[in-house]
Design a protein around this ligand. Sequence first.
Ligand code: C2E
Ligand code: CA
Ligand code: CA
Length: 284
Amino acid sequence: MSITEIKTQGLGALITTTNTDYMFKGTDISQFMGEIISEAIRENHFYMVYQPQFALGTGKLLGFEALVRCQSPEFGLVSPADFIPFAEENGDIIEIGKWIFRQALLDLKCLRQQGLDVYMSINLSPAQFVAGDVFEQVMVLLMELNIPPSALKLELTETALIRNADVAARTFRAFQDEGIQIWLDDFGTGFASINLLREFKIDGLKIDKSFVDGIHRKDDDFTICSAIIAMAQRLGLHIVAEGIEDEIQMQILGQLGCDSAQGFLLAKPMRIAECIAKWTAKLS
Ligand code: C2E
Ligand code: CA
Ligand code: CA
């Protein structure tokens, strides 16, 4: 949680995070978020949005990243950046994660039935493979929905890997043996990025938005992005740049040889109906 300010107001408090302001009773933030989460599980306040990824060279639609949202009747839209860390802490992420996989794969099936040859990239929290049986769950879902495993990618952050190296390696191998790709999210922001590439067999990297942000303005960011891309190419890894907001950022990334692109410049995350309306219209 990226809380930037807590102001006490009467019996409650105004919590300002990098994303939203939340007014609530009491000052125990983890209890507060815990209550929002358990209510959301009980009352189905979650929904999914999907942000497309495109090939940088051709502009072809490749697939979507699945991103969860929580619409609280009391607090409005609660950002996943705010509630996921608490759901990971109290274990609720296991149940939410199950729901996310089912929903995102149902929606993927829908997209594919409309004639779109796309993949779905789903964020995986460490608790899901440490405590859960995520591999079995996912394989059952893929079979039930008749989706080829190659149409699913999983995104994990570096911290998830560092803290759970052994179980992560085992789970990865099981997924990869079935043809499901494993991607490293927010690449470059952790402390062990490069070492992880030696220890784990990773299929691709997502260059973090914080490097993309300054690629056209800061020499250091440009150098870091070009080094990451050159290294990934030599290692035979795919690369997605995330958080592209400017045309010039996209041009530079293309020149550096980055494979694919995701960001508000191209499209914001959308509900499934909007994805279908927007992308299937382009097929005809
Ligand atoms: P992330 O995996 O790094 O996801 C990318 C975030 O960047 C998303 O925010 C996306 O909406 C945002 N983004 C994409 N392009 C741009 C851009 O051009 N500009 C800006 N300013 N932002 C952009 P979101 O959806 O709020 O998700 C935040 C984080 O919450 C995610 O970061 C991920 O760590 C977590 N999260 C979201 N959905 C899930 C989920 O289903 N499961 C798990 N475990 N974590 C999730
Ligand atoms: Ca991600
Ligand atoms: Ca990311």
